[in-house]
Design a protein around this ligand. Structure first.
Ligand code: FAD
Ligand code: GLY
Length: 379
C-alpha cells in the first residue's frame, strides 16, 4: 500500500494525524480540507485527555481505547515536538472533579464508586485536601476526586504542529478545497470529486468530523451516523493568585450545569462547555455564556475578576453510540476515521497509529476492531 496514492478528506487533528503517520512511512498522501486545516472541532476543543473523568459504565470499549491512546501520548508529544521544533502545551498535573453543594456529594460519590469498580486510578479528597492542591478553589468545595493521570494538551497548538509535521514529511495539503463527492465504481472507491475535477486515489479516508455524513456519493447504507453536537466555550486570562494548574471539573446535582476549567501554559483559562443538539447552529447564546461563567465562579470565586478574552462555539462529531467509527467499510478502499465526539483530541494518537497501520498492512488491529462501521448493523 505504501506506494499507492492516499486521499484524506478533512484536515482536522484526525486527518492530519493519520496523514503525518502515513507520510512518515513514505506513502503519497493528499489531504483535501474545505476551509483552513485545524479550524473545525479540533480548534474549538478544550484539549482534556480525560478517560477517567469521562468514563461511563456502558462505554467500556471506548474507555479501553481511550486509555490506550492516553498511554501513547508522551511518545506522541515527544515525536511531534521534536519533528516540528514547537511545544504543544502537554500538561500532566492531572484533574480534580469537585463537588460544591451538599447534593453534589451524592453525584460525586456515585462517580467515585463507578471509577473504583472499573479499577481506575482515583483518589477521594476532602475539600481541604483539594484546596491544598488548588488554593483558588471555593471554600464551599466539600470534596473532590483526584484523577492524576487525566492530563491535557493545547489542541490548537497540536493541530498546527500536526500540519507542520505532515507537510515536512512531504504530505500535500489543499486548503479551501472541498470534496464534493466520493467516487465509487463497482463497489470500490476510486477517488474524489473536488472543485478542480476528479482526483484518483487507491485509498480514500473519510475524516471530515461532524460533516462526514454530508458528502455525496456514499450508498445510504454506509453513510456514517455522525451528527454535530454544539459546545459553547470561553477563555479567561488568569492572574496572580488565580493561577490554576490542574484541570477542574464540577459535578452538579442541580443548577447551573457542570463546567470544566482548563489552564493553559500561556495563562489562558478555558471554560467549557455546553452540550446542545441543535444541528449545525453555532450561535453563542446569553444562556450558554451565563451558565459557563456561573459554574466557573462557583468553583473558583476569583474568576469573577478575570478578563474574558475569547468566546466561541464548536461542533463535536457525535456518533450514535458516542464512540468513533474507525476502519474498513463495505466499499473497497474506503476507510472511515470519524465520529470521535467528546474525545477526539484524546483519541488522535491511537487513531493515527492504527489507521496508518491498517492502510500499510491491510490488517485491522485488535485495538480498533470494535469500532468498525458494521457494529451499527449487528444488533
Ligand atoms: P474536525 O476538527 O472538525 O475536522 C474535520 C475537518 O473536515 C474540518 O476542518 C472540516 O472543514 C473538514 N471538512 C468537512 N467537510 C469537508 C469536505 N467535504 N471536504 C474537505 N474537508 C471537509 N476532545 C477531547 O479529546 N478533549 C476535549 O477536551 C474536547 N473538548 C471539546 C470541546 C468542544 C466544545 C468541542 C466542540 C469538541 C471537543 N472535543 C474534545 C472533541 C474534539 O474536538 C473532536 O472529537 C475532534 O477535534 C475531532 O477531530 P476531527 O479531525 O474528526 O474533526
Ligand atoms: N470533552 C469535553 C467536551 O466535549 O466538552
Amino acid at each position: 500500500m505504501k506506494n499507492n496514492k492516499i486521499i484524506i478528506i478533512g484536515g482536522g487533528v484526525i486527518g492530519l494525524g493519520i496523514g503525518w503517520q502515513l507520510a512518515k512511512a513514505g506513502a503519497a498522501v493528499t489531504i483535501y480540507e474545505r476551509g483552513q486545516a485545524g479550524r473545525g472541532a479540533s480548534w474549538a476543543a478544550a484539549g482534556m485527555l480525560g478517560p477517567i473523568a469521562e468514563a461511563h459504565i456502558d462505554e467500556l470499549d471506548l474507555l479501553k481505547l481511550s486509555n490506550q491512546s492516553l498511554a501513547r501520548y508522551p511518545e506522541w508529544v515527544d515525536e511531534l515536538e521534536t519533528e516540528t521544533e514547537m511545544r504543544i502545551g502537554y500538561r500532566a498535573e492531572g484533574t480534580l472533579i469537585i463537588g460544591i453543594e451538599p447534593d453534589d456529594i451524592y453525584q460525586l460519590r456515585h462517580t467515585y464508586a463507578l471509577q473504583q469498580d472499573l479499577g481506575l486510578n482515583v483518589e477521594w479528597l476532602s475539600g481541604e485536601e483539594a484546596r491544598e492542591i488548588e488554593g483558588a478553589l471555593s471554600p464551599y468545595v466539600t470534596a473532590a476526586i483526584r484523577c492524576e493521570t487525566d492530563h491535557q494538551v493545547d489542541n490548537r497548538l497540536m493541530a498546527q504542529a500536526l500540519q507542520r509535521a505532515y507537510q515536512r514529511r512531504g504530505g500535500v495539503l489543499h486548503q479551501n478545497s472541498a470534496v464534493e463527492r466520493i467516487v465509487i465504481e463497482n463497489g470500490t472507491a476510486t477517488g474524489v470529486q473536488t472543485q478542480d475535477g476528479f482526483q484518483g486515489a487507491d485509498v480514500c479516508i473519510l475524516a471530515a468530523g461532524c460533516w462526514s455524513g454530508q458528502i455525496s456519493g456514499l450508498p445510504d447504507t454506509i453513510i456514517p451516523p455522525v451528527r454535530p453536537v454544539k459546545g459553547q466555550m470561553l477563555a479567561l486570562q488568569m492572574r496572580e493568585g488565580i493561577m490554576i494548574k490542574n484541570v477542574i471539573r464540577t459535578v452538579k446535582a442541580r443548577y447551573p450545569m457542570p463546567v470544566y476549567l482548563v489552564p493553559r501554559t500561556d495563562g489562558r483559562l478555558i471554560v467549557g462547555a455546553t452540550t446542545e443538539e441543535l444541528g449545525f447552529d453555532t450561535d453563542l447564546t446569553v444562556r450558554g455564556i451565563y451558565e459557563l461563567l456561573h459554574g466557573a465562579c462557583e468553583a473558583v470565586p476569583g474568576v469573577y475578576e478575570l478578563p474574558v478574552i475569547e468566546t466561541w462555539t464548536g461542533l463535536r462529531p457525535g456518533s450514535n453510540d458516542n464512540a468513533p467509527i474507525l476502519g474498513k467499510t463495505p466499499v473497497e478502499n474506503l476507510i472511515y476515521a470519524t465520529g470521535h465526539y467528546r474525545n477526539g483530541i484524546l483519541l488522535t494518537p491511537i487513531t493515527a497509529y492504527e489507521i496508518a497501520e491498517l492502510i500499510l498492512t491491510g490488517e485491522t488491529s485488535e485495538a480498533i476492531a470494535p469500532f468498525q462501521l458494521d457494529r451499527f448493523s449487528k444488533s
